[in-house]
Design a binder for this molecule. Structure first.
Ligand code: CU
Length: 156
């Protein structure tokens, strides 16, 4: 007598997709991070990147040993003038890339301890909270680039 085998339903284990890579916090992808180079005497600059979180997250903190003060900034109209201002956190909607770029959201590095030369790197730690409020950190080594485009939009 022959038994007919029913198709086996294979159970796919969803292993943790994110390892302890420098550019990943739990569930958050950090891509294309860069910091704008500074000249002697310049005390502030911006850090830019693309953040993606499959299940959504919030960027709740930024720190860097190269800067005395680090803030999350947004651009907003004040009358006719576009100005930047600090915000306590940045929402990363589920599955939607949030671009931090010149003229938009950015990380502000203030009270710089030394000029940031092109082709060097700056350590930056990002702190995220997932949709359940669980905190995770991404330790980045962010390349410094000399980019002059839109320099005017980034004055304090
Ligand atoms: Cu700013």
């Amino acid at each position: 007598m022959r038994s007919i085998k029913s198709p086996l339903i294979s159970i796919v284990m969803l292993a943790a997709a994110f390892t302890a890579s420098a550019a990943f916090a739990q569930g958050v992808h950090v891509d294309n991070a860069w910091v704008r180079a500074t000249v002697a005497g310049q005390k502030a600059t911006g850090a830019f990147m693309t953040l993606t979180a499959k299940d959504g997250a919030r960027l709740v903190g930024v720190a860097s040993p190269s800067a005395g003060v680090t803030e999350i900034h947004e651009m907003a109209m004040e009358g006719d003038v576009m100005k930047m201002r600090a915000v306590p956190e940045l929402q990363i909607p589920a599955g939607k890339a949030v671009e931090l770029k010149p003229g938009g959201y950015h990380v502000m590095l203030l009270d710089l301890k030394a000029p940031l030369a092109a082709d060097s790197t700056v350590p930056v730690t990002l702190t995220f909270k997932d949709s359940k409020g669980v905190e995770s950190k991404a330790e980045l080594s962010v390349p410094v680039r000399a980019v002059n485009a839109q320099a005017n939009s980034h004055k304090h």
